[in-house]
Write a protein that binds this ligand. Structure first.
Ligand code: SF4
Length: 391
């Protein structure tokens, strides 16, 4: 099951004098609201009674298990969602567009994989993009993120910002990272960017000037040669800008992760690409070699992109060993243990976000299940013929 992270509310009442976009944080009925964004989470009649006793003026009803309809006189604001969003819990944060009742779950307190989509715009057009770019005015998303950050617990270990290209509106986005530095000083921040913006010295200097203690730019490099990388990202000149961006970041002492998504254009040459990274970018902080999520553009281009991971396991093993041999911090993401050479299991990470992560029947017989990344449940999952329980 993939968790539904967006949808349309059944009703939003009491918002006549509010802005059209609001941010909501869910609170326990027993906890006093401390911000105008706080709504008491109601999943039962008992929760409703506790919300009245707890002097909540705003409630967030999930499901239809209430014995009686909510009287409009009891609360100033009432939002109701269908039962399929029952996973929502206290501390979770949502963004809601009141006129259309459309909402998105922005933050789940219990998740280790919270990521904010910054924009749908991008100057790449990658063959396998999981979030196909749209040329639209969506700068409001940054405002929504800015409103959300003060509501996030200071104990949150990590946050990821993704897109589109997060640096599309780079001045506003740098402001968001500066807010993270001030509001969430102990939270590690990862930004998934195509890195091209950092070819501009003004932008990379502004990035450095934030002075964040735990900030990393995760940047894809798909091949050792420019024309292959440019083909994968469908943008001529992108390779040169991306590599220049990485060099400028490292020149200024910033942390960089290089990512390679593995599909039919990149996986067969991963040993060669890894050798190139080892020789030319040995100073980056981390390299992640990643199985592809079969969603977004990857579905449209499935015939040219799909390759069974079992068919590139040897070249992947060679790539990992090449990087490890120079002392690189290297990881394998999104690939189950049973399709990997056993020698590179120590590099495999349970990296698939919890809301789109699953296992198949075969996994119930596997002794490595608790350490295995499992599979993507999103899009149109493809299963390797190498999936086989480890006994
Ligand atoms: S059988 Fe399932 S749990 Fe075991 S390694 Fe393969 S995918 Fe992972």
């Amino acid at each position: 099951m993939t968790l539904p992270l967006f949808g349309i509310a059944d009703s939003c009442e009491g918002f006549a004098r509010e802005p059209s976009r609001i941010v909501v944080r869910l609170k326990s009925p027993d906890t006093e609201p401390c911000d105008d964004s706080d709504f008491s989470l109601v999943k039962s009649t008992v929760d409703l009674i506790r919300s009245i006793e707890g002097k909540h003026h705003s409630i967030f009803v999930v499901g239809d298990s209430l014995d009686t309809p909510v009287s409009p006189s009891l609360f100033n604001r009432v939002i109701s969602l269908p039962a399929k969003f029952d996973y929502l819990d206290t501390g979770d944060i949502l963004g809601i567009h009141i006129p259309t009742k459309k909402f998105r779950t922005l933050f789940r307190r219990s998740s280790r994989h919270n990521s904010f989509l910054v924009t749908e715009r991008c100057n790449n057009y990658c063959l396998m993009c999981s979030q196909p770019p749209k040329d639209i005015d969506d700068n409001w998303i940054l405002s929504e993120i800015k409103r959300s950050l003060p509501l996030i617990p200071k104990s949150t270990p990590t946050l990821t910002f993704t897109g589109g290209e997060p640096l599309s509106d780079w001045t506003d986005f740098i402001g968001v990272i500066a807010d993270c530095r001030d509001l969430l000083p102990n939270t590690a921040i990862q930004v998934l960017t195509n890195g091209r913006a950092f070819a501009n010295s003004t932008i990379v200097d502004a990035w450095k000037a934030i002075g964040h203690r735990s900030l990393i730019a995760a940047i894809p490099v798909y091949a050792a040669v420019d024309y292959l990388h440019d083909y994968v990202v469908q943008a001529k000149g992108a390779f040169d800008e991306t590599i220049l961006g990485i060099l400028k970041l490292k020149d200024r002492g910033q942390r960089v992760e290089v990512r390679v998504v593995l599909h039919a254009h990149t996986a067969p040459i991963i040993a060669e690409t890894s050798r190139w990274i080892a020789r030319n970018l040995p100073f980056v902080d981390h390299v992640a070699l990643m199985g592809m999520e079969n969603t977004g553009f990857a579905l449209a281009n499935e015939k040219s992109l799909w390759i069974d991971p079992i068919d590139y396991r040897e070249s992947l093993c060679e790539g990992v060993q090449t990087l490890a041999a120079i002392g690189m911090n290297v990881s394998v993401y999104n690939l189950p243990l049973c399709v990997l050479e056993r020698s590179i299991w120590p590099y495999a990470v349970q990296s698939i976000s919890d809301w789109k992560n699953g296992y198949v029947e075969e996994c119930t017989k596997c002794i490595e299940r608790s350490r295995c990344s499992g599979l993507f449940t999103s899009g149109r999952p493809r299963q390797s013929r190498g999936i086989s329980a480890i006994r």
